[in-house]
Write a protein that binds this ligand. Sequence first.
Ligand SMILES: [Zn+2]
Length: 156
Amino acid sequence: MPPYDGSHGLHGTTAAIEFAVLTLEVERIVVCGHSHCGAIRAAYEGVPDEAINLKEWLKLASEALLPVRACPEALRRTEQRAVVLQLERLMEYPMVKRQVEARKLSLYGWHYVIEDGEIHVFDAAQLAFVPASVASTPGTGPYREYVEHDGQILCD
Ligand SMILES: [Zn+2]
C-alpha cells in the first residue's frame, strides 16, 4: 500500500482504493498478509538490480523491517508489522479516513498462517494478532451486523 500523495498519475493501487471506496462504497477492506511471504523475505535479502520497480515496491515495507537477521520469528513479526503499516497508510487516504470516521467502512488486518490454516486478526485493543478462532473481534471495527445473501445475520 503506497502512501497517499495526492498526485495525478498511473497509480494502480490508489485507483483501486478510490474505486472501491468512492464508487463501490465497500464496507470492509481487509489487508491480509501471510506466513512465508517472499516479498517480506526479499525486503530483507534484496532482489536483482534489474528489478527496479520491484525494489521501489519493497521499499514500501522498509518501515516494517526489524534491525535483526531475517530469522523465521523476525519474518513473521515483519509480515504482521507490514499489515499494520498498510492499515495506517490506508487511513492516510482521505476517502478512507472519512468513511471510517463516519463508521461506514471497517478496516481489518489479517495474517494468514498457511501451515496452521488459520487467520490471525489484528486486535487494535490488544495491539496484537490473535488467532481468529479465539478472537473476540475480526479486526479493527467499527462493527455492524452483516447480512448474508441468504438473509442470515452475522455479528462481528
Ligand atoms: Zn507474500
